[in-house]
Each structure stands twice: as C-alpha cells, then as structure tokens.
Design a protein around this ligand. Structure first.
Ligand code: DGL
Length: 276
C-alpha cells in the first residue's frame, strides 16, 4: 500500500485564531504533517485595508510554498476575503474558511435570518453576503464588525467584564433582528464561544467554520491523492513572526500540546513589511 504524500499542510493566520482550525484538522487528519504560521508581529489584520491584507497574504503564501507544502489552508477570514477578491496566484491547492462557514449556517438556520460577526477587513468586501445569497436567495443577513475581539483573544482574555460589555454591544442589535444563526466570521471568535453563548442566552446557533474546513481538507486530499497514509501522528511546527513565548502561553490554552513555538526561520522573515 502506498504511504501517500509526506509533505506538510501549511496553515496560517494573523495569530492564535487559526489554531481553532488546526485543532479540527488535527482531530480529522492526525497523521498529517502540519506547519502553522502566525503573523503575530503584524496582528491584528482586521483594522487594515483589504489591499494591505492581500499584500500580507501573497507574502505568506510565497513563504509557505518555499517550505514545499502540499496544500495551503487560509485559517483566517480576513485573508480569505482578500483571496476571494484578488485571487492571487498559487502553486498548490488552497482552502479558505468562508464558504464552509456559509454552508454550515445555511444548514442550521430555521427562520432564514443569519448574522455574521467579522473584522472590518472581512466585512468590507461584502463576500459573506455574496456567498450567503448564492447559497440562499431568501436569506436575511445582518453583519457586525467586532473591533477589539481579536486583540483580547491574543491577550488571553476570554472572560473580562469589558469583553462581556463589548459582546453585548455587538450582539444586541443582532438579537433584536432575531437572527437564529450566527457565523463566527473570524477564526479568533470560536475562542470566545463561552462569552457569545452566554450573551445570547444560548438562543442562537453559533457557527465556527473549523470542522467544516477540516472536512473540506480531507476530501480535497483524497480527491488529489495527497493524503499521508501512515498510522503515526504527524509532525507539527508552529512558527510566528513575533514573540514565540507569548504565542506559546496563549496558544497552549487553546491547543493542548502546543509546547514549542519557533521564530520564523525563513530568510524572508526579515523582509516582511511591518507597519503599525
Ligand atoms: N483570525 C483572523 C480572521 O479570521 C484575523 C483577525 C485579525 O487579525 O484581525 O479574520
């Protein structure tokens, strides 16, 4: 029997948010070798323009492809939105996080009123509305930019009173609009599920794309004959452009076993454009 393709899957985000997707990938595809990159030196991406996010996306895709990955997983809605808008060139298959979330939301809604929480960069493109309308022309869609959520998650805050106040401010209009389903349109937000569930009194279905994305990756690897067919658990590397120690401290709260985090060793790391 063939042992399949040993090359790693490349997964990336601005920070710890993509670990939500990585967690699902590790459960469904434990044998795969993974390389994760968090661009923590430039996080958050959300308040940036979509053009700047596109620039970062093309840099990271290039860096990942230099690592000879067999697939790119854009574990970030802001970068997926840029990908959908600009369609940058790539050599290996690419999986994003928006379509899988839309699929799950359309399956879940009963009253056809769907809310989308996201970053400014993601929601500025209108791509969630386009995907949702393509999946269900009758859907009523309500979007909400959630400034400050990403910074709090990166800081390890999933419980503060300020966070609850912010969540109430963002979610009350959506509750008043009677959405029954809420897309967590930023991969950091599933880490706030406790707060969001509490603030919505459990009355809204919270949709994370992570499990759907992992299923898409599995199917794509099968389709392209790229699965690694070995019983042993694959290797995992976690790389960041910022401080490895703080990524490990926060990341290991969300992804048990995240022991070792490296500074990005690629020569090109030094050339990554860092703006405030
Ligand atoms: N987790 C990313 C997303 O899904 C990035 C958020 C950010 O850096 O602002 O959009």
């Amino acid at each position: 029997m063939s042992t399949g393709d040993d090359r790693a899957i490349g997964i990336f985000d601005s920070g710890v948010g993509g670990l939500t997707v990585t967690d699902s990938i590790m459960k469904l595809l434990p044998q795969e070798n993974l390389i994760y990159f968090g661009d923590t030196a430039r996080c958050p991406y959300g308040p940036r323009t979509i053009d700047e996010v596109h620039l970062f996306l093309t840099e990271i895709m290039g860096l990942m492809e230099e690592q000879d990955v067999k697939m790119l997983v854009i574990a970030c809605n802001s970068m997926t939105a840029a990908y959908e808008k600009f369609r940058p060139a790539h050599k290996v298959p690419v999986i994003g996080v928006m379509e899988p979330a839309v699929r799950a939301a359309v399956r879940a809604t009963h009253n056809r009123k769907v809310g989308v929480l996201g970053t400014q960069a993601t929601l500025s493109t209108g791509q969630y509305e386009r995907f949702l309308h393509a999946a269900g022309a009758d859907l009523e869609i309500h979007t909400q930019v959630c400034g400050g959520f990403v910074e709090r998650v990166e800081d390890g805050d999933t419980f503060s009173e300020e966070l609850f106040a912010l969540a109430e401010e963002y979610l009350n209009p959506l509750m008043n609009a009677e959405v029954d389903t809420l897309i967590l349109g930023c991969t950091h937000y599933p880490l706030l599920t406790g707060v969001l569930h509490s603030v919505t009194s459990g009355e809204v279905e919270l949709i994370s794309s992570a499990d759907e994305v992992a299923k898409d990756i599995y199917s794509k690897l099968v389709e392209l004959n790229l699965l690694r067919r070995k019983r042993q658990v694959g290797s995992r590397r976690f790389l960041v452009s910022g401080d490895p120690a703080s990524f490990r401290t926060v990341g290991s709260r969300f992804l048990p076993g995240l022991d070792e985090v490296e500074s990005m060793p690629w020569p090109a790391a030094g050339s990554l454009k860092v703006s405030a």
